[in-house]
Design a protein around this ligand. Sequence first.
Ligand SMILES: Nc1ncnc2c1ncn2[C@@H]1O[C@H](COP(=O)(O)OP(=O)(O)OP(=O)(O)O)[C@@H](O)[C@H]1O
Length: 204
Amino acid sequence: MHIAITGNIGAGKTTLARKLSEHYKWGVLYEAVEGNPYLADFYEDMARWSFNLQVFFLNSRFSQAQKIRSMHYQTVVQDRTIYEDAFIFAKNLADSKLMEERDYQNYLMLYETMINAIKAPDLIVYLQADLPKLRSQIQKRGRDFEQSISDEYLLNLNELYENFAHSYLDGTLLTINVNSLDFENNAEDFDFIVQQMNKALGYR
Ligand SMILES: Nc1ncnc2c1ncn2[C@@H]1O[C@H](COP(=O)(O)OP(=O)(O)OP(=O)(O)O)[C@@H](O)[C@H]1O
């Protein structure tokens, strides 16, 4: 089974993916930040590096989805989906004129070819968080290159996340508002998420 966690930068996907994999004894595939050849440059100059970064993420997410389906004997939780790359991050860059229209169209054609070759996750868990929560987590994590992220960028992404969550029809999507949750340090908060997931997965 393929479980995917979606949500804006700093929503807590990586932490939740880790905690869920420990709790359910699932496999886990993280987003590759170390070893990403474009990410730091992208945050310095988005217009220059947007297309390069998007192609890198698209390929990495596509390989993950293929790998998960080939591991049919095991449930795997994935930190971020290919949908977010195309309909949230790349779209935001095109809308903001930080990616040329012809590059975005080229990217979307590549995305279409790829999406036809993979299956949708069995469950998507969307971690919904407002700006103050995202900001505080980004600050806490302290990655140098993320400190330049503007409020506007995060707010635009949040709007696209909401559109995505409301229009997603390829499978089940569970929305969890995490503004007042601390599922990393508070067992009750983590339990609250597990209960909702059990229900969505049809577990008792
Ligand atoms: N398609 C994309 N376009 C632009 N930036 C992306 C894309 N996918 C991921 N990123 C960036 O790569 C980095 C990934 O970091 P990480 O895996 O820690 O996830 P995160 O989004 O910060 O989430 P969380 O805190 O919820 O785990 C972030 O800076 C994120 O914004």
